[in-house]
Unconditional design. Structure first.
Length: 556
């Protein structure tokens, strides 16, 4: 359900001259101005470097030695950078850069690929004229452990969003027809905590349902980020909407409240980002706005999370004529600093707060529940000195060798130090779903707090997929689910019931706990779900010959 927008605009009056700033400019660090930048550990030394992307100049990576930066040419651009990102897509422990570029702004059909094999080289990656690679993302959409490329495809006057296997074999998964292309914002999360990625575009939020996606919320936002601002264990949306900053509070499945954080009649907000700048455990907002009347100017400010859906402009930072602000712990001291661009430099503002922030505890109690070729990996929530356990995100590794990351890279060093400042690849979930071929696999998990600080990895777990009877499942009848939210029940409907007398239905939760067992005596079986927790369950159909057919469903 989508609730009406609640007008709770918070417009804070303050005196710029009275500001006692918590952030100090690092005047000893000299980094040139740029059009975009990204903090990422390029050389795997545990320190965040900064990569600058400039419109028509050579791009540089500035390596950090703990005190200062030294410059090295990354590559020479021949075009205009539209979009860029970093990910360990080859699962070798090195971050690889990707950017879309155009000879002019009307063309953006190519992706520039920066190979990282100790040093960078680049190549043009033509993914085909049918795909408009202006914006893209990397995530595991099909739960096979391997990152997929998420981009857009043009056909006449509409845009089709498709999921491509990273090997670029043109495997399409559930295309979505849209009227607009993607904008510059984070586009995936698990909004309903069911282990399956949901997709946000500039025209709606889409949930994976079966083999397709269905819209569960319509919008026209221009930038966004996901985070749990109220520590309830659900991902909330921070967005720029009609030139104002709003928060979409996720109160449960299909239940969203809207409220304004900031908006001024003579300004428009350009971007907003989550981060815990004051080490109190909840996430705050770093925002950029611009004023065009009576004269053009931009500003950067922080909205502090005061709890109870209240955000106030903080007196700890206020910058005029700065662009592209980012939270970053550039000096790895446990608090979030801020970097931003002005006309003559890229500037770092050091956070001088004296409240320490320690790493979360490593996750414990790893468990693997195997259902044919599907495995549910689960673990206990971690504890942290500031971030609520419900707001910690989690990062998983998955490999075919002990300690390996052949399938899923955590974008972290083996000691837990992050290579990039982002949430974990499992978001707020304390379980992960993988569909895998026969074999033995090894995995571990780390927790990440609201300042993007990672824990040590858990002890390694292992499991083996043995799918002996999957080919025989075709002999078992198919079945479907229908949930009654009002009376809290589930109806399972089977086909060809008369051919399968002696069958039994068993339902388990993601931890393998049996919730219901019932014999198949009709084509329609009703099961009470009163008191069941929302989430993922498995329905297992078995017969007297030990043939088993398993299907997954989500209880809302």
């Amino acid at each position: 359900m989508i609730k009406r927008m609640i007008p709770v605009a918070i417009l804070i009056a303050f005196s710029v001259n009275a500001i006692a700033q918590q952030f100090e400019e690092k005047t000893s660090i000299n980094i040139p101005s740029c059009s975009r930048f990204k903090f990422v550990d390029i050389n795997n030394d545990g320190l965040l470097d900064i990569v600058l992307f400039s419109a028509y100049d050579g791009d540089n990576v500035f390596y950090f030695n703990g005190v200062d930066y030294s410059s090295s040419l990354l590559m020479t651009l021949r075009s205009y950078i539209i979009w860029f990102d970093f990910a360990d897509t080859y699962n070798n422990g090195h971050m690889i850069g990707y950017s879309t570029f155009a000879i002019d702004l009307s063309m953006c059909d190519y992706v520039e690929l920066f190979y990282n094999v100790g040093s960078y080289s680049s190549t043009d990656w033509d993914i085909g004229s049918e795909y408009r690679s202006k914006y893209f993302s990397y995530d595991d959409f099909d739960n096979d452990g391997i990152l997929d490329l998420f981009t857009s495809s043009e056909s006449q006057d509409w845009v089709e969003i498709v999921n491509l296997d990273f090997s670029l074999n043109s495997e399409e998964i559930s295309p979505i027809s849209e009227s607009q292309i993607l904008h510059q914002f984070e586009i995936t999360t698990d909004v309903d905590n069911n282990g399956i990625l949901d997709i946000l575009t500039d025209s709606g939020l889409y949930e994976r349902q079966g083999n397709g996606y269905s819209a569960i919320w319509n919008n026209n936002i221009t930038s966004s980020a996901w985070g749990d601002y109220d520590s309830d264990g659900m991902m909330d949306l921070l967005a720029v909407y009609n030139d104002s900053i709003i928060i979409v509070n996720n109160s449960g499945i299909y239940d969203f409240d809207f409220f304004y954080v900031g908006g001024f009649p003579d300004k428009r907000y350009i971007s907003a980002k989550w981060g815990d700048y004051d080490n109190d455990g909840d996430i705050d907002i770093l925002a950029e706005d611009e004023k065009t009347i009576p004269m053009y100017e931009t500003s950067v400010k922080i909205f502090e999370n005061k709890g109870g859906n209240i955000f106030e402009i903080s007196d700890s930072l206020y910058l005029f004529d700065y662009y592209y602000p980012q939270f970053t712990d550039f000096d790895s001291d446990g608090d979030l600093d801020i970097a931003a661009v002005r006309e003559d430099a890229t500037v770092i503002f050091e956070n001088t707060i004296e409240i320490p922030n320690y790493s979360p505890d490593a996750p414990t109690n790893l468990s693997a529940q195997i259902h044919n070729d599907t495995v549910i990996l689960s673990w206990n929530k971690s504890l942290d000195d500031h971030t609520n356990s419900l707001s910690l995100t989690y990062n998983i590794t998955l490999g075919t060798t002990s300690g390996g990351i052949e399938l899923t890279s955590p974008n972290s060093l083996p000691n837990g130090t992050r290579l990039i400042e982002e949430k974990g690849n499992q978001f707020l979930d304390t379980f992960a779903i993988f569909i895998l071929p026969v074999g033995t696999y090894y995995w571990s998990v780390q927790a990440i707090d609201n300042s993007f600080k990672g824990s040590e990895f858990s002890e390694e777990g292992s499991f083996t997929i043995v799918v002996n009877d999957v080919e025989k499942q075709v002999y078992l009848t198919d079945f479907t689910f229908e949930q009654d939210l009002l009376y809290e029940s589930l109806t399972i409907t089977l086909e060809n019931i008369y051919s399968f007398s002696g069958c039994t239905i068993t339902i388990t939760d993601i931890n393998g706990r049996v919730k219901a067992v019932t014999p198949v005596n009709s084509e329609s079986i009703k099961i009470e779900t009163v008191g069941w927790t929302k989430g993922i369950y498995f329905c297992i159909l078995s017969d007297s010959k030990n043939l088993i057919k398993t299907k997954k469903f989500v209880l809302f």
